[in-house]
Design a protein around this ligand. Structure first.
Ligand SMILES: Nc1ncnc2c1ncn2[C@@H]1O[C@H](COP(=O)(O)OP(=O)(O)OP(=O)(O)O)[C@@H](O)[C@H]1O
Length: 822
């Protein structure tokens, strides 16, 4: 009896479950029909709508929005959502931090939902973002608001296992990707199919184009079915964005919410600028940090090397607040870690290049400090947009060199940026502390790596100014090179050929103007220089494209590896320097120590190895301008020079005399006056002495460098070993939970299928599991709302017999017995 009762109970509960499901399906079908009807025509009453729940969107999306605390719509959302939901193409423009992400994610999810899109339908929506960080961010928002839905979504951004991506890409309904990686999959992954694509989103379109992805985007768009909805969002509407819009959108609705506003930056952002001589910038920056220890700030610099140098030196000076750094030469994992760390910190400073200038959404950033001047007002607007996001307030400080002030301030005025000047306190009494220059000098003196990093930072800064387009604002010749080098702690300014050349040309031009009115010639010279500059840029861009499919870095361009060296300038940039500042670097490619140091400081791995690697020889120094004895032996013959010869070159040993106390003295110290005078006058003796000492120092420098080189070689070997180990770990590591999610509620899995496991080893291609009855027996895969630990925990609770697939009859029999419990 009890057993038949049990059976009856099970039957009863089974039929209840079935009827609940049926009801659910019915109400969902009803909802779908209603939504469809409402979205067929332009949505009525949109002007008065304030909240998401007033829009014709599904209960599932509304729940996701609510759970992520999105209740009220922002301006751009209010305008764009009703259009997007009706399937209109949109060209959207709004200030930074105004909520553009939801303006395309909500229509995207809704469109797929209304079409009952399932795994069997393949790729339905594609979101293209310029940077990996931004793609990750979009993916996270998608996870949050789409948690009730049952689509599979993937993140395709490079830096992850290509094979896994290739396998999973064919199963995804939504892809968030960077252009280069997507194109690579389009070209090389057989399973990639976008024939049914319904919606394309181009986020931060201006940035995508600025980063040189125009061709990639054109190629991608050409491969997509023409019958689709397209949304293009951008904070700034440049000409190239409009061109792209013409190419990819059909009768778009132009949604621009802040066009008529008085200012182009958020109203709750306070903006200041300060004129600071180049050589005082680091000092001012360090002081700023010391006096704002409880703030969270982002500091923008013009190049990876600058970022690395300032980060390394400031860390060593212990300002009393966590410091982080982010730039395009770091590995993806490191970038993601830094991103997450900074997002989680209450007080910290992030040093970065423009890689972090656009789209990134860090919570509660109080300050954006632009230590190096942005290249134009647009870049300025994007950088300051990292603070004062949504309804928060924020502050921004721009540091300008005196020569940059006029051009930049005028440009900002024209771009409707309200900014006010604050004066740098020049009074020494106000600055109670010692300038940091001495500390920088000590750091450079004690650590050759820091010194070389400083030299590279110097060169890359000068180069970035030299390559600026806006010549009225940026003038490399107006920069105090020597003083700047000293402020970095360097013993002197490394000579840079292009700067020297430019100076010489300016001088010639000046004298020509005075002595004759041969203006044509002068104009020719200017043209030639401009041509040279554009060649450098073109070469840089070419190399950059060649170098990597996903060029994430804005300013450091690889100029090595070209086989078609044509022009003089190309030759110059491809030539390896024979000077201490280049050849030495090329051999000093390791920085394991830095990794360790940074690891110790930040508690994480620092694997942005590339920063010490001279990938291009574009800071050519005149070898002839550097004293010969500071050069490392570059020829094999020199390196093999016998000890005897070396000893000969090193001169005689010093003769020492010991006094009564046993102290050693140089001969001259114990000399009597007559013999001292016999050697010549005091001044020439002093000169001779100094020269000798200089030679000794120079030699010591060479020894230092070769010791450093040796140390670095060892570290490099260790690093390689570690990388090999890491790679092996990576192979076994299951980290694609980050890049693939199944937007699926387990309760609904019988309806929409969508049952991809995130675990590679558990991956199931069985995406049409509609047998609701099996649900209880089927081990549940990790839901995309669960983190790995949760999933592991629930997995442990289930008793699953895991066996290898039987190959032979005997194995099959054994398995059958095992399953029968015999
Ligand atoms: N309706 C909303 N309610 C509350 N917060 C919102 C809403 N919409 C967006 N936000 C928040 O505002 C911030 C900025 O949003 P988002 O990143 O989409 O802006 P954006 O316009 O894309 O900025 P950028 O141009 O800098 O990329 C985010 O932190 C987001 O969570």
């Amino acid at each position: 009896m009890p057993s038949s009762n049990k059976k009856g109970g099970a039957k009863h509960s089974h039929s209840t479950t079935n009827s609940v499901r049926k009801e659910k399906r019915l109400s969902e079908a009803q909802e779908l029909k209603q939504l469809d009807d409402k979205c067929k025509h332009p949505i009525a009453g949109t002007d008065s709508m304030q909240q998401f729940d007033e829009l014709p969107i599904s209960q599932k999306t509304l729940t996701g929005l609510k759970r992520a605390n999105f209740i009220k719509m922002t301006d751009i959302q209010r305008k764009a959502l009703p259009l997007g939901l009706c399937g209109k193409d949109i060209l959207g423009a709004a200030k930074t931090g105004s909520g553009k992400t939801l303006a395309f994610l909500v229509p995207m999810i809704e469109m797929l939902y209304r079409q009952k899109w399932g795994p069997q339908d393949g790729l339905g929506a594609l979101i293209i973002s310029p940077t990996r960080e931004l793609a990750v961010q979009i993916f996270e928002v998608l996870r949050k608001i789409g948690r009730e839905h049952s689509f599979s979504a993937g993140l395709i951004i490079g830096g992850k296992d290509w094979k896994i991506e290739r396998e999973l890409i064919s199963k995804m309904n939504i892809l968030v990707c960077t252009p280069g990686r997507l194109l690579q999959h389009m070209d090389q992954s057989a399973g990639f199919n976008c024939d049914l694509l319904q919606l394309l989103v181009l986020d931060e379109a201006d940035r995508i184009l600025d980063m040189g992805f125009k061709k990639s985007i054109n190629a991608i768009v050409e491969n997509l079915p023409p019958q689709r909805q397209t949304m293009l969002f951008s904070a700034t509407q440049t000409k190239s964005v409009k061109d792209l819009a013409r190419l990819s959108l059909k009768d778009p609705e132009y949604v621009a919410v802040h066009e008529k506003s008085e200012h182009s930056t958020p109203k709750n952002l306070s903006q200041y600028y300060m004129v600071v001589p180049l050589q005082q910038k680091l000092d001012v920056m360090f002081n700023f940090i010391k006096t704002h220890l409880t703030a969270k700030g982002i500091v923008f610099l013009s190049s990876c090397k600058q970022v690395r140098f300032v980060f390394e030196t400031f860390c060593k000076m212990h300002p009393g607040v966590p410091l982080l750094h982010l730039h395009g030469k770091q590995k993806q994992q490191k970038r993601a870690e830094t991103y997450a760390k900074f997002a989680a910190q209450k007080a910290a400073y992030l040093f970065c290049t423009d890689i972090a200038a656009r789209g990134l959404d860090f919570a509660a950033v109080n300050w954006v400090i632009q230590l190096d001047c942005p290249e134009d007002p647009e870049t300025y607007i994007h950088r300051v947009g990292r603070t004062a996001r949504y309804e928060a307030s924020g502050q921004a400080m721009l540091m300008l060199c005196p020569s940059e002030e006029a051009g930049m301030v005028q440009g900002l005025e024209r771009a409707k940026v309200p900014i006010q000047e604050v004066k740098l306190k020049q009074d020494a009494k106000d600055v109670k502390k010692e300038p940091i220059q001495k500390q920088m000098q000590r750091l450079c003196f004690n650590d050759p790596e820091i010194k070389y990093l400083g030299q590279k930072a110097f060169i890359s800064y000068m180069r970035s100014v030299y390559l600026q387009k806006d010549k009225t604002t940026f003038d490399v010749n107006a920069l105090p090179a020597e003083e700047f080098a000293a402020s970095l702690g360097l013993p002197g300014a490394p000579k840079i050929k292009f700067v020297e050349k430019s100076k010489a040309k300016n001088a010639v031009r000046g004298s020509q103007k005075k002595s004759s009115d041969d203006e044509d010639e002068s104009a020719d010279e200017q043209d030639a220089e401009e041509e040279e500059r554009s060649k450098v840029k073109a070469l840089d861009a070419k190399k950059k494209n060649k170098k990597e499919v996903v060029p994430e870095d804005e300013e450091d361009i690889d100029a090595t590896g070209s086989k078609q060296v044509k022009s003089k300038i190309e030759k110059m940039f491809n030539r390896k320097n024979q000077s201490v500042l280049a050849d030495h670097y090329t051999r000093m490619v390791d920085h394991d120590n830095d990794n360790k140091a940074a690891k110790a400081r930040t508690g994480g791995d620092n694997d942005d190895d590339d920063i010490f690697t001279l990938k291009r020889a574009d800071h050519d120094l005149g070898g002839d301008e550097i004293p010969e004895d500071t050069l490392l032996p570059t020829s094999k013959r020199q390196q093999k020079m016998s000890k005897l010869e070396k000893a000969k070159n090193q001169g005689q040993g010093n003769k020492l005399l010991f006094d009564e106390d046993g102290q050693a003295h140089e001969l001259y110290e114990l000399e009597d006056e007559a013999s001292f005078h016999a050697k010549g006058d005091a001044l020439s003796q002093q000169k001779e002495f100094l020269e000798k000492e200089k030679m000794v120092m120079d030699r010591a420098d060479v020894v230092d460098k070769s010791t450093a080189k040796e140390k670095l070689r060892e570290k490099k070997a260790k690093r390689k070993q570690r990388e090999r180990e890491d790679m092996m770990d990576d192979d076994s590591e299951d980290d694609d939970g980050e890049m693939v999610v199944t937007l699926g509620n387990p309760d609904d899995s019988d309806d929409q299928g969508g049952d991809y496991s995130m675990d590679e080893d558990n991956y199931s291609g069985d995406d049409n599991d509609n047998s609701g009855d099996d649900e209880e027996d089927t081990p549940k895969k990790r839901g995309w709302w669960q983190d790995k630990a949760d999933a592991e925990e629930s997995k442990k609770k289930r008793k699953v017999v895991e066996v290898d697939e039987p190959q032979t009859l005997a194995e099959q029999e054994a398995l059958a017995l095992k399953l029968l419990g015999l």
